[in-house]
Design a protein around this ligand. Structure first.
Ligand code: MTE
Ligand code: MO
Length: 365
């Protein structure tokens, strides 16, 4: 990775933001659409309602002429067509994908980037072939320690020009769950989701699942791509080497009850029995074991569906006897390791991994 002077902003880092959202954040929010929270009603997010996040422009790749190059520390370099990949053993996995930047817009001060609130998440049925089949065909050399994945999209971040790329340790890449995915909910990938081929890394935050995947390289050293060494790290202060971002943290969301006000999205609920419902998930295939709902600060346990798919969210429900007045609802998940959601965001320089509890203001009449 060669760092060059930032051609757009000089060498200064972008200052953090407070208060009103900037025009640039608004532009990113339009490009990278969110899950409408009422779509939490679906276990599998319908096409078009799944969130999407792309750093640069969406490349237009032609499926017929598509080739996936596999090279580096391998016995045989490969150039696979989409049909060749489709002929490899197929798997379909139901996977909840969440952007590592989800919740960034709720941290203060904010990192100038995509200002997600809660909605950078979705669940799809992904079909593809386990990556290991392609790796076995290529014959990964004994000295290879990592596999790098490169997309067809290119741009600048913080002065560094690069193809979007990420890597996995060879052992992680060899899991049967890591897919070369060519279909989402039974349909060919849409352009924004990586058409015609993407990597899908269940249990990790979304950045690992490289879209428009065109090159795979086996490396005998750590991958030094920008999105690996600079982009996705938890840092407490500027210059902090930080720690790499990997698995998703436990999180839960509620479909806001009642009806909204068009502009403020505040909720109006009729008094009486109200069923609150939503979804909860964690990373690394770890199950959620408990969801609590807070009503005006008093927490009670919700009914939780068991984990049916290792990498997909679990539904929860809670019967609320709503009494007239102003109320604050909140939801908090705990996973099988005992990890739970913090009540307040845990700040880091780039607004990553914010799994603080969601709060919903409700007026009951
Ligand atoms: N090539 C490429 N792959 C990428 C990205 C990208 O910008 N370029 N964005 C990543 C990030 S940050 C996320 S959260 C997921 C989003 O996947 P989706 O748009 O299908 O929801 O893709 C990841 N893969
Ligand atoms: Mo992301």
């Amino acid at each position: 990775m060669t760092a060059r002077a930032n051609p757009f902003f000089g060498r200064e880092p972008r200052p953090h933001l407070e208060g009103d959202f900037a025009r640039e954040e608004l532009a990113l929010a339009h490009r990278n659409s969110a899950l409408p929270l009422e779509a939490l009603a679906y276990d599998v997010t319908p096409l078009g309602l799944h969130y999407t996040l792309s750093h640069f422009d969406l490349p237009r790749l032609d499926a017929a002429g598509f080739r996936l190059a596999v090279g580096g520390r391998v016995a045989r370099t490969l150039s696979l067509t989409l049909d060749e990949i489709r002929r490899l053993p197929a798997r379909t996995l139901r996977v909840t994908l969440e952007c590592a930047g989800n919740g960034r817009g709720l941290m203060s001060p904010r990192y100038p980037s995509m200002p997600w609130l809660h909605e950078g998440v979705g669940t799809a049925e992904w079909t593809g072939t386990p990556l290991r089949h392609a790796l076995e065909q290529a014959g990964v050399a004994a000295d290879a320690s990592e596999i790098a994945f490169l997309g067809a999209d290119r741009g600048f971040d913080r002065g560094v020009e690069h193809d979007y790329g990420r890597s996995l340790k060879l052992a992680d890449a060899s899991s049967d769950d890591v897919l070369l995915a060519y279909a989402m909910n039974g349909a060919p990938l849409a352009p924004q989701h990586g058409s015609p081929l993407r990597l899908l890394v269940p249990g990790w935050y979304g950045m690992a699942s490289v879209k428009w995947l065109t090159r795979i390289e086996a490396l005998d050293r750590p991958f030094d791509g920008f999105q690996q060494v600079v982009g996705y790290r938890y840092r407490k202060f500027a210059g902090d080497p930080g720690v790499p971002i990997t698995f998703a943290k436990p999180k839960s969301l509620m479909a806001p009850p009642g009806i909204p006000d068009w502009f403020t999205r505040r909720r109006l609920v009729e008094q009486g029995e109200v069923t609150l419902a939503g979804r909860a998930w964690s990373g690394a295939g770890i199950a959620i074991v408990r969801v609590d709902v807070g009503v005006d600060g008093a927490w009670r346990e919700a009914a939780l569906e068991p984990q049916r798919d290792r990498f997909a969210w679990q539904g929860w429900r809670f019967e609320w006897r709503a009494i007239p007045g102003e109320h604050e609802l909140a939801v908090r998940a705990t996973d099988a390791t005992g990890a739970t959601q913090p009540l307040e965001p845990e700040w880091n320089t780039n607004g990553m991994g914010n799994n603080a509890v969601q709060r919903v203001q409700v007026t009951v009449r």
